[in-house]
Design a protein around this ligand. Structure first.
Ligand code: ACO
Length: 407
């Protein structure tokens, strides 16, 4: 018994031991069969298939199917899934009016998160998280409309007319067309660029229990609908320590360029904890080796820039910064390597995406992963509402003091 006469052993039998693990460094919150990471060796697999193979041979739509439904689709399944995505690509015309309410300087992540949540007001049938047939349609709506919402938010920010989706185009080509076509000059689809966009989205498609996915799962564990759960994940992704890092990386590289390009000065600064400066795009909670996604993106960045004939000084700075950091004992001892965000922004820049769209691109890519986790959890009958515990460190019982008596 404790000092209050409570039988601790009975209490423990009921609630279990409470373990303090800030930031869930060592605590698994679930079991899952979607994504495998070996952080020591730098391995990432979706449903068992190495991302290197998926990046080379697959498409984003196929990978989305794989993650969400657990297997590579047959020809018929893929055709049906693609048709669904094509059919649901438009957003309700009334949603277009929302854009008029945002300032033209609005960050597209702010627009994306609120518009995705708003989808639940147009499709209230999505509220029934247990109606599997409806969930499949909600999944298709989400995957398809997010693309349209993202492209429209960009068009709004630059004051150009919206470009509607076209049924004849593939998922990625359609998105590029909505982003970059203007009435006077239709966008010319280049299959190499479409392939690179597929690769980038595939490499971002899932990463087990990262911050945004855990957010989606936690919100979804309350049986919140898929749109609402994903909107929460988008908000988590926006943070600069998570998906927001890809924007920060390019801003950091540009700062180094403007400062004269001396990378060693910034490596030194990143080692000084009191500076508050970190090397953005470096380090990872799980990878203690080179992030396998960053490896592929680095190669792709070289290819894209040479294909487009672009000489981006930021790529040279990124390479030098990586070299300087990886030969510095501070980074070596802590096993800090470039992560997925380090080189991705350089490709997006080359393709014409403005910096504030980079995290939106991450969200487009991560969407199938979020959906797969929400679905896996939702279909598991033994799922309980997520509810972490805490160790209370506040005052012990104290009496209320009336306002007059307070000093
Ligand atoms: N620059 C300088 N030092 C760093 C960096 C960095 N980018 N990342 C980690 N460190 C240091 C920490 O200060 C800490 O040092 P210490 O042991 O002397 O205290 C040590 O390396 C371990 O780092 P933690 O912060 O404890 O690692 P954690 O797992 O909590 O954080 C994170 C991981 C958030 C990714 C961190 O490395 C970081 O802030 N990186 C920069 C932001 C970034 O690139 N985020 C994208 C991550 S990938 C993704 O979400 C898609």
């Amino acid at each position: 018994e404790n000092e209050k006469g409570i039988d601790i052993s009975t209490l423990r039998a009921k609630t279990g031991h409470v373990v303090l693990d800030p930031a869930f460094v060592n605590t698994a919150s679930t079991s899952s069969s979607i994504c495998f990471i070996d952080g020591e060796q730098g391995i990432l697999r979706y449903r068992g298939i190495p991302i290197e193979q998926l990046g080379e041979k697959s498409t984003f739509v196929e990978v989305a199917y794989l993650l969400i439904y657990g297997h590579l689709p047959s020809r018929t399944e893929l055709a049906r899934f693609s048709t669904l995505l094509t059919r649901h690509s438009l957003i309700h015309e009334d949603m277009k009016h929302f854009y008029e309410g945002y300032p033209s300087t609005a960050h597209p992540m702010a627009i994306l998160s609120s518009m995705v949540c708003s989808l639940s007001s147009f499709y209230p049938e999505a509220m029934d998280a247990d109606n599997r047939e409806m969930v499949d349609i909600t999944i298709a709506r989400l995957l398809s409309k997010v693309r349209t919402i993202a492209a429209f938010s960009y068009k709004k920010s630059i004051g150009q007319p919206f470009v509607y989706p076209q049924n004849s185009l593939s998922y990625c080509a359609n998105f590029l067309n909505m982003m970059f076509s203007v009435p006077a000059e239709p966008y010319e689809i280049d299959e190499d660029i479409v392939k690179v966009l597929n690769l980038l989205l595939i490499l971002h498609a899932d990463h087990e229990q990262n911050c945004s996915t855990s957010t989606v799962r936690l919100v979804g564990s309350a049986k919140a609908n898929l749109f609402a759960s994903i909107a929460a994940g988008i908000c988590a992704l926006w943070g600069p320590l998570h998906g927001g890092a890809n924007q920060e990386v390019v801003e950091m590289l540009d700062e180094i360029r403007k400062d004269g390009g001396d990378v060693s000065k910034f490596v030194k600064l990143a080692k000084d904890k009191s500076s508050g400066f970190k090397l953005m795009g470096f380090g990872h909670r799980v990878y203690k080796n080179y992030d396998p996604r960053a490896k592929l993106i680095k190669v792709a960045a070289d290819k894209v820039l040479s294909k487009l004939g672009i000489k981006d000084p930021l790529l040279d700075i990124a390479r030098k910064l990586e070299e300087a950091a990886l030969s510095d004992p501070y980074f070596v001892e802590r096993r800090l390597y470039p992560n997925v965000d380090f080189y991705s922004g350089i490709i997006y820049r080359a393709l014409g995406f403005p910096t504030n769209m980079f995290t939106v691109m991450f969200a487009l890519g991560r969407l199938p992963g979020w959906i797969a986790h929400w679905k896996e959890q939702n279909e598991n009958a033994s799922t309980k509402i997520g509810r972490p515990r805490q160790i209370y460190t506040g005052a012990t019982e104290t009496n209320y003091i009336s306002l007059e008596e307070r000093s």
